[in-house]
Ligand binder design. Structure first.
Ligand code: TEU
Ligand code: CA
Length: 595
């Protein structure tokens, strides 16, 4: 750490534990089977008791819900399905009473195609808002009058389709990188930027503490809009990922500096930018470096994209060593280059971590969930917990019928493409199914499992908008896990609660401490040390396999005591020098003796 480093300087937004809510699936209070703002308010005590400081909710603004609210039709209104502005004021007030805060999701790379701005923009070529979006003439028009999109970029949430949508009214295409319902805003236009600053001021003045910024690194596009290279088989994929031309584009940092100057510097905020597809250290530091004047932190996707080849709905093999090296790399980068990072392993766009990184069978699920809890609560950065992660919710079962139970637009588009392209190829179709079973965003979006009552307490006397997992009656619900009185171990929920408490008590070690990976070449055990500025040192050993494994403590490390294990309630009885034995998926935390 350089002497000028501010990494260890305490800040509320570094120590805060943030809980992400997927609002449609959190808690319904008015009997329509859809979660609402009053539902969130009714659960703030629950969140407080877990150890949460800040609630971030995925979008609750007025929206046609083409992409579950990531298509906003009015940035200053709440969707009636979620409630009203008054409900949000009440939520902020209830959080405040408990010393907690609300963070909003800011989705300003694109709007809904139902936003007034877009309705105006598409109404005519000379409308004053025409230039608020990205309009281009067709590349060509065939003899039969069929237009060709301006380039070959593919839609992200339906990669078989073009990222451009043709508007018959004005004979031009608009850019819609995610879906045709989500036209991209033209950030080159200063009026657009001003409109965004205005929205931000509106919410900050209302009392929210900051923003999670949706795909904020996609707001600047390469202005020549070149064709993308062919990385997908052109026989099955007419359109190709154009990410290179809109991820961390040429003017991103100009826009972020302007945002900082015009908005963020005027308020005390917490900001996290969602930045998929960027992994270059210096580029990341331009946003999250201590002097960057951009954002507090971003979401780096290397870990959740560990199984991603070139599009998300695909599979790539990976192993524990790779996982360790990704985690360790970013832990070190932030310390050495004086930046700040987020710690997360789940969100509403990814499958459940217990299914993905451990073993979600009835025998091991709870151990796997605790292992991931121990890892995350002992890593440096600001910690994000995703709804249901604290009770180890797993992926939807493979028996679920895809057409009937999966609701996400990305899954629907992907499954349609599979059926179109592979209708005569059962093997390929099975592979498509497997990808959905492993990676669909739907896995993170099933209703929260609260208790053993009807629909697990998510809603009463009505069908929930999305099917509740059947295993809620089998111990995977908040109430059973909070009340659990197991003889020799904690429930997943209790283990998370303890981990969050420990993290706060020892913030100098776990939030701000130095990080050293030990034995990176070990294929099974993830071992690392965390050391506070005053020299207090802790050792974390995580067995990322379903087997018994022993690990030899380096001579330089003497363990004073083992403080916790994912297998025990109290201090585990383990060797303090020599060889330590770890059970399948076991994680342990020990305090080191300072030699
Ligand atoms: O996701 C952005 C995104 O590109 C990916 O990180 C994500 O994995 C996506 O699912 C692509 O496969 C954000 C939101 O989190 C997501 O819910 C929205 O659909 C998207 O932006 C568009 O607003
Ligand atoms: Ca409701």
């Amino acid at each position: 750490m350089s002497s000028k480093s501010t990494y260890t300087t305490p800040k509320w937004w570094k120590e805060a534990v943030i809980y992400q809510i997927y609002p449609s699936s959190f808690q319904d209070t008015n009997g329509d089977g859809w979660g609402d703002v009053k539902g969130i308010t009714s659960r703030v005590d629950y969140l407080k008791s877990l150890g949460v400081d800040i609630v971030w909710t995925s979008p609750i603004y007025k929206s046609p819900q083409a992409d579950m609210g990531y298509d906003i039709a009015d940035y200053k209104a709440i969707d009636p399905a979620y409630g009203s502005l008054e409900d949000v004021d009440e939520l902020i007030a209830e959080l405040k009473k408990r010393d907690m805060k609300l963070m909003m999701d800011l989705v300003v790379n694109h709007t809904s195609n139902q936003h007034d701005w877009f309705l105006e923009s598409r109404s005519s070529k000379d409308n004053p808002k025409r230039d608020w979006y990205i309009w281009k003439a067709p590349k060509s028009v065939s003899a039969a009058g069929v237009p060709e999109p301006p380039n070959n970029w593919a839609q992200i949430l339906g990669e078989a389709n073009s990222a451009w949508t043709y508007d018959t009214g004005t004979g031009e295409y608009y850019l819609s990188i995610f879906t045709p319902d989500q036209p991209d805003l033209n950030w080159e236009n200063p009026e657009v930027r001003e409109a965004v600053w205005d929205v931000m001021h509106f919410w900050l003045n209302r009392g929210v503490c900051g923003f999670r910024m949706d795909v904020i690194n996609m707001i600047s596009k390469v202005p020549t809009y070149p064709d993308a290279e062919e990385v997908l088989d052109p026989l099955t994929h007419r359109y190709q990922p154009g990410t290179k031309y809109f991820v961390n584009g040429p003017k991103l940092h100009d826009y972020m500096h302007e945002m900082h100057r015009e908005v963020l510097s005027k308020h005390e905020t917490i900001t996290v930018g969602e930045m998929p597809g960027v992994s270059d250290e210096d580029e990341v530091l331009r946003t999250v470096g201590a002097d960057a004047k951009e954002l507090n932190m971003i979401f780096i996707f290397d870990l959740v994209d560990i199984d991603k080849p070139n599009v998300r709905m695909a599979l790539k093999p990976w192993d524990v060593q790779e996982m360790k090296s990704i985690v360790s790399r970013w832990q070190r980068v932030m310390i050495e280059k004086d930046g700040w990072n987020s710690v997360f392993i789940e969100n509403h766009d990814n499958p459940r971590s217990v299914s993905r990184y451990t073993d979600d069978s009835d025998q091991w699920r709870d151990k796997g969930a605790k292992l991931l809890a121990l890892m995350q609560t002992t890593l440096g950065g600001t910690l994000f917990v995703y709804q249901g992660e604290e009770i180890g919710i797993r992926n939807a079962p493979t028996e679920w019928d895809i057409d009937a139970e999966y609701k996400d637009i990305e899954t629907i588009n992907y499954w349609k493409k599979c059926k179109d392209i592979y209708k005569d190829d059962p093997k390929q179709l099975e592979h498509g199914k497997k990808i959905i079973h492993m990676k669909a965003r739907d896995h993170a979006r099933t209703p929260m499992q609260w208790d053993t009552s009807e629909n697990s307490g998510f809603c009463k006397e009505v069908q929930p908008w999305m099917r509740v997992m059947d295993d809620f009656s089998n111990g995977i619900n908040a109430k059973s896990q909070m009340d659990a009185k197991l003889d020799d171990e904690l429930s997943t929920w209790q283990f998370w609660q303890r981990g969050l408490r420990d993290r706060k008590e020892h913030a100098d070690v776990f939030v701000y401490g130095d990080y050293q990976e030990i034995s990176p070449e070990d294929p099974s055990i993830f071992a690392y040390g965390r050391t506070s500025a005053s020299g207090e040192r802790w050792l974390i050993l995580l067995n990322f396999t379903g087997k018994d494994v022993s690990w030899t403590l380096p001579k330089s490390l003497a363990v004073e005591f083992w403080a916790c294990s994912t297998y025990t309630k109290g201090k585990p009885d383990k060797a303090q020098s020599g060889t330590v034995a770890l059970k399948p998926w076991e994680g342990i935390l020990g305090k080191c003796r300072i030699e």
